[in-house]
Design a protein around this ligand. Sequence first.
Ligand SMILES: Cc1cc2nc3c(=O)[nH]c(=O)nc-3n(C[C@H](O)[C@H](O)[C@H](O)COP(=O)(O)OP(=O)(O)OC[C@H]3O[C@@H](n4cnc5c(N)ncnc54)[C@H](O)[C@@H]3O)c2cc1C
Length: 410
Amino acid sequence: MDLPMFPEYSSEIDAVRDMVNRFMEAEIKPVMDGYEQRREFPRELVRKAGEAGLYGAVFPESVGGSNMGYLAAAVIQEEMVRNDVRFSSCNNQQGSTCPSAIYFGGTPEQIEKYVPNLVAGKTIGMMSLTESGGGSDAAGNMKTFARRDGDVYRITGQKMWASMANETDVGVLLAKTDRDAGAKGVTAFIVHPKKFPGWQATPIECLGLSKSMRTNIVYLDDFVVPVEDRLGEEGEGFKIIMRTLQPGRVGVAAKALGVARRCFEEAVRYANERTLRGQPIGRFQMIQSDIAEMTCAIEASRSLVYKAAMMMDASMAHNRMAAIAKFHASQTAKFCADKAMQIFGGYGLAEEYPVSYYRAYADMFFTGEGSANVQKIMIAEDALGYKLADRHHGKTGLRDIRKDDPSKAR
Ligand SMILES: Cc1cc2nc3c(=O)[nH]c(=O)nc-3n(C[C@H](O)[C@H](O)[C@H](O)COP(=O)(O)OP(=O)(O)OC[C@H]3O[C@@H](n4cnc5c(N)ncnc54)[C@H](O)[C@@H]3O)c2cc1C
């Protein structure tokens, strides 16, 4: 399955792929089941992954990154997920949403203070946009409110599905500062849940997802954020987070590709091992049909994910391609998880076989960071000429990770 599709990138990308596989094999696979059984957050493993450079691919060296780019970051996500999807649960918080939002919208001082420690895995990140009123209309339904009180904001409300919020040292949280201004009333804040009172994170029990790296409801009761920790200007938060979610979407697409590939590999192995009527079930034509369809879907997804990543590396308009890649790859992940379950028969439901929990992650990546329907709306409205997906490209006034110097004000 590891065909070098883009020869000009292949040797560097192959080296990245090998490095991730070696790291996961040596450092994560032998111990991750133990963390899951103990329901213990693997802080030490996150630090090791940070040290190995698994979170910093898109960031410049001046802020602790490796400057390898979005294609390398996509391959890292793909291989981490393929090896152990549970350990990849905090990848976005360490290497995408949280540090990227700070990079896109922050001051040079904020970037210097927070981004290096996040990508090094030394501090645990978080990004909290969603509320119970509906993630697909996050700005419209946002109730959490930040009230200015002298040198601080006091935030009250409730956030939903905030991954790692029970462990985070530094995160990005979105709240309204003007209830009547719609998306323009949303402001982004850098938050320190361990430093200030008024933050309570309660993990949500999710079927099939990691028990050690959790997603949470966050209850905020006059939670304090110093004014200097506001990210961007008041009212700029939604713009910052939408910009952050564009590359984030390609990262989720790459994760979905990792799910599809692991399900495929498990299915191939099992189809060769399991014998019925005196032959491996892989000899049955209907099983072969499933394997062929999975192969084609994965290759198509991989082309789209890598293309979107390379467009980001070239600082090209990429929102439309990111939506296409995310929709296709997450649909492929669900398709492959479903096919793998069928090939496994009843054993697919047994927890000792990873397809049982890879299927849950396929569902998560179908919905998270922009649901499948939301991606389809974006793709169709662009195609019909109602709303071009790339209409804001280059016009946001935010920093570009691949182009702009982080030590200069934006
Ligand atoms: C495990 C997990 C971890 C998460 N981590 C985070 C996190 O760290 N930070 C964070 O901010 N959020 C996080 N999320 C939230 C995630 O991004 C949202 O679940 C997602 O945006 C969808 O929101 P929703 O679940 O409220 O569904 P809804 O927005 O209520 O959507 C419900 C259904 O309606 C469909 N729909 C919505 N609008 C339309 C439309 N216009 N036309 C047709 N259909 C439509 C959707 O596709 C979906 O099928 C996480 C979610 C999960 C499950």
